[in-house]
Design a protein around this ligand. Structure first.
Ligand SMILES: Cc1cc2nc3c(=O)[nH]c(=O)nc-3n(C[C@H](O)[C@H](O)[C@H](O)COP(=O)(O)O)c2cc1C
Length: 211
């Protein structure tokens, strides 16, 4: 069975030739229909960064694995459990959290938003978030039906995740996959990419020791 190491997760400082290493970006998808764009999102980041991906069980209904870049490993709940057998084995959600410089959950479903805000951690994605080191950035790009977005729970949950230090990439208004028109569509992958890259580069310019 694959351990976190054999699954391709290396830890520790990397540069061997003096060149700065690429940023390590952990992309995660939850079960919004916008997860059909997850492959596109991975491609946006993989030119610039080392990318690993995480998917919830529901998001797998929307993700075409063949659309992911070939060098991007997609981790699921099954990997979390198949890579652990006994005390001393590495724990995938901890290894991924250690590996990543930045995590981005895109799309963020109403369900996963609620779970994060409530501190729940019943799958690989939410375990990574519950174990997250908030010295490192974590972005979310919600995507849901307009009435889900306008539901009072959404504002409550967003306030809670804001207090945790999670950054919001807001949804946009357009005709949604369900046919309704309104706010709740995930920001475009290119916008998510440019937001995160600008953030990263401004931190590096400011001399952040976290990267
Ligand atoms: C076809 C379909 C489309 C869905 N689209 C969305 C969506 O856009 N946003 C959302 O928050 N939930 C959506 N859902 C509901 C989620 O998939 C459901 O709440 C699921 O439990 C989310 O699980 P996860 O948060 O663990 O990924 C959709 C469900 C179906 C069947």
């Amino acid at each position: 069975m694959a351990s976190a190491e054999t699954a391709g997760i290396e830890r520790g400082p990397v540069p061997t030739n003096g060149a700065p290493r690429k940023p390590r970006i952990l992309l995660a998808a939850s079960g919004s229909v916008a997860a059909i764009k997850f492959g596109n999102l991975c491609h946006c980041f993989s030119e610039w960064a080392e990318v690993k991906a995480v998917a919830t069980r529901a998001s797998l209904h929307f993700i075409d694995r063949a659309s992911l870049p070939r060098d991007v490993v997609l981790y699921t709940d099954e990997d979390e459990w198949s890579s652990w057998n006994k005390l001393g084995d590495s724990v995938l959600h901890i290894e991924l959290r250690r590996w990543a410089d930045i995590m981005i959950i895109a799309p963020l479903s109403a369900n996963t938003l609620g779970k994060i805000a409530g501190g729940l951690c019943d799958n690989l994605l939410t375990c990574i978030v519950r174990a997250w080191d908030y010295a490192k950035p974590l972005f979310v790009a919600p995507a849901m039906n307009t009435l889900m977005w306008n539901n009072p729970f959404t504002e409550r949950h967003l306030m809670t995740v804001d207090e945790l230090g999670i950054s919001l990439i807001p949804p946009v208004s357009k005709r949604l996959a369900c046919g309704d028109y309104g706010n709740g569509a995930m920001a475009e992958p290119s916008h998510i990419y440019s937001t995160v890259r600008l953030f990263y580069e401004s931190r590096v310019q400011a001399g952040s020791s976290n990267f």
